[in-house]
Design a protein around this ligand. Structure first.
Ligand SMILES: *Cc1c(COP(=O)(O)O)cnc(C)c1O
Length: 369
């Protein structure tokens, strides 16, 4: 191939980007180590261990029959609006909620602007910020690895245009009480867009969950993001959404690629909203699995961080080596070196039997060395 001075052609900020590292796919472990796929347990990407709702699967399969037609997205936006109790004009569809994060950055950030991010917050905030040419400003986490809201307030400057909060946060599983977020929002200048990423909202105990969509009336600078990738089990179909003031939705909609939610994903998502039984099963599976893992970690004498989502981040001094040994046993978890958490690994809460296998393998990996 002829050489091309590609770097000289690209926007300078792109050269500094490090691509997002997803959890290792099962297929890759099969290729690398010849471990049969059915012996592999993937607990690396916070996917739903129960799969997806049978109704969602049937809807996706039915939609495939019309795969030659561009998707029609009215039904999905209407279903989300009804589910969340907002107007359809407040709903913005994303190819995963990651899409919404990107739209926010593209619409509100450019070179010279700043976005405020907590240390250990979801990595996509930094990526989206840098891709837009703006500067991420990191605020040190609390001693418990969570967001320091006072610190984030103090980090706002005249250049700040966006501030990101993940609640619960991935990968730390930390949770900020809603009362604190609400009083924080009241102090953030309205010229700063606040993104409240609620990817794990449905995993919170109902009594702990607050209907944050009610806040949209008071805070026109607030963008809520939610996803079908986690409790609804549609990660592979890529459907997420943002909820916000209709004027913000109108702005973000200008950079949204047409048809960013495909026909199968859209149909599956509508059906998933209609299957409360599956969501309840997924929630219950997560609660039981969380207890199982918390007890297991305690038995192994291991320290964990928060566990408010469908995953637990645990401390292990030689994380890289333990990760390698787990892989050799067919267990995929997530290293967090790129989060600056080199002594931690993150495990997604699996089914009962997956958790048993993980804990046994972890125990063996720690003992042997
Ligand atoms: C998983 C996750 C998302 C969204 O993923 P999508 O599949 O793009 O919807 C967003 N934020 C956080 C914190 C996540 O963990």
């Amino acid at each position: 191939m002829t050489t091309l001075a590609a770097d000289a052609l690209a926007n300078a900020n792109v050269l500094d980007l490090v691509p997002y590292q997803p959890g290792k796919p099962i297929e890759e472990l099969v290729r690398e180590r010849g471990i049969p796929a059915e012996q592999i347990v993937k607990l690396a990407s916070n996917e739903n261990p129960l799969g997806m709702s049978p109704k969602a699967r049937a809807a996706a399969e039915a939609a495939l029959a019309e795969g030659e037609r561009y998707p029609e997205q009215f039904d999905l936006a209407a279903a989300i609006a009804a589910h969340c109790g907002v107007h359809a004009a407040q709903v913005l569809l994303g190819n995963g909620s990651n899409d919404i994060l990107d739209f926010v950055a593209r619409v509100f950030l450019r070179q010279g602007d700043e976005s405020v991010i907590s240390q250990y917050a979801f990595l996509v905030y930094e990526l989206a910020t840098r891709a837009a040419g703006a500067t991420p400003v990191f605020v040190p986490a609390t001693p418990g690895y969570g967001h320091d809201l006072d610190g984030m307030l103090a980090a706002i400057t005249p250049k700040t245009r966006v501030l990101w909060i993940a609640n619960p946060n991935n990968p730390t599983g930390t949770f900020i009480p809603y009362a604190e977020i609400k009083s924080f929002l009241a102090q953030v200048p309205q010229r700063v867009i606040v993104v409240l990423d609620e990817a794990y909202y449905e995993y919170l105990p109902p009594a702990q969950r607050e209907d944050t969509t009610k806040w949209l009336a008071d805070f026109p600078n607030l963008v809520l993001t939610r996803t079908f990738s986690k409790v609804y089990g549609l990660a592979g179909l890529r459907v997420g959404y943002g909820l916000m003031h209709p004027q913000l939705a109108g702005l973000l909609n200008r950079v949204r690629p047409p048809f960013n939610v495909n026909r199968m994903g859209g149909a599956a998502a509508v059906a998933a909203l209609g299957d409360a039984t599956f969501v309840a099963q997924s929630y219950a599976c997560n609660i039981a699995g969380r207890t199982q893992l918390v007890v297991g970690f305690a038995d192994l004498g291991m320290e964990t961080i928060g566990n408010e989502g469908n995953f637990i981040t645990f401390k292990v001094a030689d994380a890289a080596a333990v990760n390698e040994r787990l892989l050799a046993r067919g267990i995929i978890v997530r290293p967090l070196v790129n989060y600056g958490l080199a002594e931690f690994l993150r495990v997604t809460i699996g089914t009962k039997s997956e958790n048993v296998r993980f804990l046994a393998a972890l125990g063996a990996c720690l003992e042997k060395h």
